[in-house]
Design a protein around this ligand. Sequence first.
Ligand code: NAD
Length: 494
Amino acid sequence: MQQAQIDRLRSSAIPAQQLFVGGRSTPAIGEARLDVVSPIDGRVLTTIADADGADVDVAVKRARQAFEQGSWSRAAPAQRKKILLRFADLIEKHALEIAVLGVRDNGTEIGMAYKAEPLSAAGTIRYYAEAVDKVYGEIAPTSGDVLGLVHREPLGIVGVIVPWNFPLMIGAWKIGPALAAGNSVVVKPPEIASLTLLRLAELASEAGLPDGVLNVVTGRGASAGEALALHMDVDVLAFTGSGAVGRRLLECSARSNLKRVHLELGGKSPNIVFADVPDIRQAAKVSANGIFRNSGQVCVAGSRLLVQSQVYERFMAELLEATARLRVGDPLDLTSDIGAISSQVQLRKNLDAVGRAEEQGAKRLTGGEQIRTESGGNFMSPAILADVTPKMRLWREEVFGPVLAVTRFDSEEDAIALANATPYGLASAVWTGRLSTAHRMVRAIHAGVVHVNTYGGADITVPLGGFKQSGFGRDKSLHALDAYTDLKTAWIAL
Ligand code: NAD
């Protein structure tokens, strides 16, 4: 990836966007449009359709027709694999174009976006393509006079609703296994970052995915999103986003057809540094990246730091140094470590969270200010707040921005109690030189992921999902196929 290539792509005009339904770009029924505002400079990049329930209904009907017609849902797994592999290749071929488009839309620094969005999405699609002809049904160990066959079947229509921080990566975690299993899909992208998912659907069509199997309906959560959640012909809803919306989706399911709902929600993940941490400098550097990359807009971000008292001063000095080295800048500049905050609304929320924590007695050690205002974009310096206590909102509530809450602890028991003192349970980390401490902490922390002597970084082979109010869905790995298939028994008298 060269800066010159990025610069060539960054100023290309983006035409007004339509929906992608039934295998082609399609106008919405109504005239309503939403501006796509770039977080880099505040300019309007283009517009998207502000679709509503009527558009969702058309997309679901097309998805259902495709499913019943069977050219995808009943295709031989090897045939689905072939098309999905082609799809993955096309994503990779257009990776830089897609990455730049996404950064213009949501502000993630390009180095991270390139890997985490198109390249990760291509890898995910490829992983499920390769899995699809290797997952078998079962023959049950019955008595000899019967044959019990357990078939694995696609569920039908999968609704996918995703957030703006990594719409393509997270979208692919759901679209990949859903398509591989033979379902049809209707995606509702986040209203402030819809462009890459629209492009993804075009590439799927180009790869040979039959019309109607993958549809994208843009619009606001409260209208297009909720219409999908309430639709009587959607069988599964796979959601990543906030807890408040997650709750709403469960209600929508109860009020409509009891569709299965898979929720991947927020986090307030503890990052715990014991005094016997093998390499303090490295731990501080990785911890700074673990909260501040993509401006903290990462669901698994290590947003609560717990440091054992004996090494507190040394660790904090290293952390402040590592944070000072992170350069906040134009996300399309390869030298920037941290890009823009996705929207003005989110920026305001982050700044308010810092102000409120200070009012409640937290001590701001660095950052927490709006910067680069001359750019017209949304930029914020990474904030570190010390002396945060479990009573403060900053300890319990997700900010989803570059704001780190810090406290110190004495014993392992204290660390466990502090770590678990939130309604969330998405990710966590432990830094220690003792294997036994690491294993005890893995057992004691209520979270879907416990990193040991690292933060972040995982791959498609391991599941991701939360405990407690971080939700109960599991993306990634072969386990994700369970969300998009069901078991059917054939009981045959011999
Ligand atoms: P959000 O919940 O506001 O929106 C997520 C999606 O839901 C968007 O597409 C939005 O349009 C849609 N939506 C909003 N209201 C809706 C409604 N009433 N009905 C149906 N759909 C609706 O979240 P966000 O601000 O886009 O993203 C940030 C949140 O996502 C954070 O809480 C973050 O932790 C979480 N997140 C979780 C993970 C994970 O894997 N667990 C990953 C990334 C982000």
